[in-house]
Write a protein that binds this ligand. Structure first.
Ligand SMILES: [Zn+2]
Length: 266
């Protein structure tokens, strides 16, 4: 046994005690709005899932006010075409996009809270919502992959929010998750910082490739991002998957700023 293991073994009951005690002294705050939340505000379904998935409770708290405004759209309003504003020569016209929540209110606060507040557990919670919706809509696939972050952004943030959403969603759907199928072939600017369609298209055109370590020929793949607005990023990621031989690609995001009535899309 190493010294560090011995130490860890000796102090773990103390750490557990402190965690318990400090929990009483410093009540949890809502991961979305930051206001005080009590233990009852935990998303119990999510915690149950986390216990089996991660071997323990998430420790995540979301206040009742935020939780109550995270209701998904009705099933027939979760489907739309990926590109909100298709461009001429689009190679994937009719590419389906699944997004169960509107990108406003709590969902719109939660996304930056994940990215800039560095809260991967909140992203896991979003993944649970996405996975639960996909499952309830009876969506089947062979593989789930996240949109990758650039190395620079990954270094700055420490995690990829799309991965943290896709992993629990895949577990809920009961399909394999693969974080390294899609690759960024070059760095891109933040889509939200760009104005105009052409700037956003050229920012992500050809930005993705696939790893030679995977063979996805003939597979039905779901590609996941946190948010879809114009849809260009997911569209380019899907194109790379089709170029690698995927037989069918579904784009999925936790939330989006469009509402459509396209139940026939997928
Ligand atoms: Zn809140």
């Amino acid at each position: 046994m190493t010294v560090s293991n011995t130490l860890r073994g000796d102090i773990s009951p103390v750490l557990a005690f402190l965690k318990e005690t400090l929990g009483f002294m410093f009540p949890a705050c809502c991961a979305v709005c930051g206001k005080l939340a009590d233990a009852d505000d935990r998303f119990s379904q999510y915690d149950d899932f986390c216990r089996t998935y991660n071997g323990g409770p998430s420790g995540l708290h979301i206040c009742g006010k935020c939780l109550s405004s995270l209701a998904p759209h009705s099933p027939d309003r979760r489907w739309m075409f990926c590109l909100s504003d298709p461009y001429e020569g689009d190679q994937l016209p009719g590419l389906p996009l699944y997004m169960p929540l509107a990108y406003d209110g709590t969902a719109k606060r939660a996304v930056p809270a994940v990215k800039f507040g560095k809260k991967p557990k909140l992203a896991n919670f979003m993944g649970c919502l996405l996975g639960t919706c996909l499952k309830s809509d009876d969506v089947h696939a062979d593989l789930m992959v996240p949109v990758p972050l650039s190395d620079a952004r990954l270094k700055e943030r420490g995690f990829n929010q799309a991965e943290e959403i896709a992993r629990p969603a895949a577990a809920i759907l009961g399909i394999p998750y693969a974080g390294d199928v899609l690759l960024r072939t070059r760095n891109t600017n933040r889509q939200t910082e760009l104005r105009g369609k052409s700037a956003r298209i050229s920012n992500v055109t050809g930005a993705f490739g696939t790893s030679e370590d995977w063979d996805i020929k003939g597979l039905n793949v779901i590609v996941v991002d946190d948010v879809a607005t114009t849809g260009f990023t997911l569209h380019e990621a899907a194109l790379a998957l089709y170029e690698a031989g995927a037989s069918k690609v579904l784009c999925a995001s936790f939330a989006g700023n469009r509402q459509a009535l396209n139940p026939e899309v997928y």
